[in-house]
Design a protein around this ligand. Sequence first.
Ligand code: PMP
Length: 281
Amino acid sequence: MFIYFNGKIVSSEECVVSPLDHGFLYGHGLFETMRSYKGRVFRLVDHMKRMETSAGYLGWPVLPDREVFAEAVNSVLVTNNLPDASVRLTVSRGIGAARPDAASCGQPTIAVYASPLPKPLPAAGWSLTTVSLRRNLSSPLVKIKSANYLDNMLARAEAKKRGAHEAIMLNTDGLVAEGSMSNIFIVSNGRLITPDGESGILLGITRNAVILLAQAAGITVEERKVNPEELAEADEIFLTSSIMEVIPVTVLDGRPVGHAPVPGETTLMLAQSYRKLAESE
Ligand code: PMP
């Protein structure tokens, strides 16, 4: 596998990250996970913008230019001959002093790599379980895609332990937030409902695209606070993420979602429209 690492395309064995890198020492870094279709990353600019916003939250002085990232992504897809891939961009705060003083850091450490897409979703969709871990509404970290992903990993581990595909996390107010690596939507009485930006979620790029697709199809979309009871009573549930796109959820906390444990009509329509959009852009 060839990786873009600090300005060069190198083999994975040649990438060396210093133990004094603040990404390694303190989890001080950012990342984006994206998906390429026929050699083009869907909404690459939106991913760049989100990384810039995240860097702003963390007070980073600079982030490399978008063109640098775009070129890096392109080179990685071409060199690895992977036009349809999962693409990961990781940027750490860089090498600094062995104390939590970000001002001591030099240039950010940058890595871009591509890997084959995960296997397709099961036809029956995913099962979801509500985990005990809560999204902390007072922490800006829940709004950004930082390298500090331990809460997400703990939530996912809890879900796996219970045999579910994905976790659903409530926030510290007890309302619905998001999955460990995905945003959540419910379909209820023909309306599409998703937790709003103040619910302790990452503003997903897929989430945004799906909201616009639903509105274009004449569906009313509500971005608002969502009670866990609304999940239990939903006609349909689905998740969104750049890599897995629109993921039907047919089991919630061990019970079938809606009337039948199969993906719902609105979910399937939006999954198809999303794929079409992503392939055509
Ligand atoms: N929430 C979390 C916590 C995530 O890790 C992801 C995946 N990046 C998402 C939501 C979905 O975001 P996107 O649609 O931009 O991939």
